[in-house]
Write a protein that binds this ligand. Sequence first.
Ligand SMILES: CC(C)(COP(=O)(O)OP(=O)(O)OC[C@H]1O[C@@H](n2cnc3c(N)ncnc32)[C@H](O)[C@@H]1OP(=O)(O)O)[C@@H](O)C(=O)NCCC(=O)NCCS
Length: 153
Amino acid sequence: MVNGLRDDLPVVEVREAEFGSAEQLASIELRRRVLRWPLGLDFAAEQLAAEDFEFHLVGVLDSVVVACLVLTPLESGRIKMRQVAVEPELQGRGFGAELVRFSEVFARELGFSRMVLNARDTAVAFYLKLEYEIEGEPFVEVSIPHRRMVKGL
Ligand SMILES: CC(C)(COP(=O)(O)OP(=O)(O)OC[C@H]1O[C@@H](n2cnc3c(N)ncnc32)[C@H](O)[C@@H]1OP(=O)(O)O)[C@@H](O)C(=O)NCCC(=O)NCCS
């Protein structure tokens, strides 16, 4: 065991992907498959083009993007985590937690002090384990119930 991980499990390598790079484009495909298509939705070209001011983090395994998230800078030291997705057949192996933890350090080093996110109801328990707290009342986004969650960095 190293850092609580079993030695025989692969370790995902997390890094920033430059906007427009092959890894960032691969992350869009992952987001489509994991977050959009199951809801009968897709991204509009303008929506994706507007993401150039955001930070794109990817988890890479054997040169393949298997996890991703987007960080959107907000005002007052806050930054929003969104579009968190892990390749379906690789979920439950710690990759999502690894990615979120990396993003927290990444955001803190950029000077942000508070991470905020809108969690799908089905993912609230995942964020609670990572010490996020629920704030406010449930609401609906992309047709499904969500909770707002926050964590000091
Ligand atoms: C939610 C998601 C990002 C989690 O990533 P993951 O790699 O599967 O999760 P991890 O293996 O890192 O899990 C870390 C811990 O959270 C738990 N966990 C993960 N997903 C969970 C869920 N949906 N509900 C309850 N617990 C969950 C794990 O059991 C694990 O617990 P442990 O530390 O006690 O072993 C991933 O499953 C996913 O992409 N889901 C579909 C898309 C989605 O819902 N994205 C989030 C939108 S807000």
